[in-house]
Design a protein around this ligand. Sequence first.
Ligand SMILES: [Zn+2]
Length: 290
Amino acid sequence: MKRQAPNRPNQSSNRKSQRILKALTLSLCLLLCLLLTQGCRSAAKNQTVHLPARHSVSAEQLIVLSDFKLGQDHELFQDLIKLREDVAETLSIPLNSEQVTVYLFTNQEEYRNYLDMTYPGLPPRRAYFVGTPKELAVYTFWGERIQEDLRHEFTHGLLHASLKTVPLWLDEGLAEYFEVAGNTPGQVNRDHASRLSTALNNGWKPDMKRLEQLEKVSQMQRVDYQEAWAWVHFMLNSTPETRDTLLEYLAELRTNNHPEELSTRLPRDIPGVDQRFVNYVASLNTFPSR
Ligand SMILES: [Zn+2]
């Protein structure tokens, strides 16, 4: 998913190969995808499809291409610019100049037709992040949940621009964390909190090691997205120690493809972490809205 960055020309060919290899695995986002009920629509084979290109708006490392006008001062665009700063500040990762291109289709049909022609066989989802050696790209369309979709996918883009790699579950957990709009990062995803609370009452036990073994988006179910989001929320907000453990791990991911796993670090750094996490998850459902 990572790719050769134009502003970092001296990276090894080995790293580039890894990026190309990873690019073969599309980073898809699931979350929202589970809510799609329209089913897969096939594009007519003789239908002309194209990427949105008539209008562009850009700032920092973000460029949004669309066939309708989206002004620089549009709140969605400005929200993404602020999100970039929030992600960098919250995760202590450097602001990067590697461009993330958002292809914002006018409607779902044009979006679906393009994806069906370009990436045949993809399941119907409202948005995709695709990192290739050529670009970090987000594909989505103007719809009711455009803000959370854009925030989720742009977060993937920012992570892949700054880190050498990022485990799938953590990639999704962080995207889920930052997709929730608000004055500050860390707003509670009410749907996740409610479902996790019910799961706890039904005897669910969290298992980060299991999450770490997931390698394909197709393996990730809704419950995995929920748990990944909760681990990220817990690590960033419960105590300074849990935050430090996550930030140290992310710092290593900037240079190391295989740092020691979080599931090994956390119990060592945070005694009784599993029970603390369960208690935290139980409390999430009572967090006030900010
Ligand atoms: Zn995602």
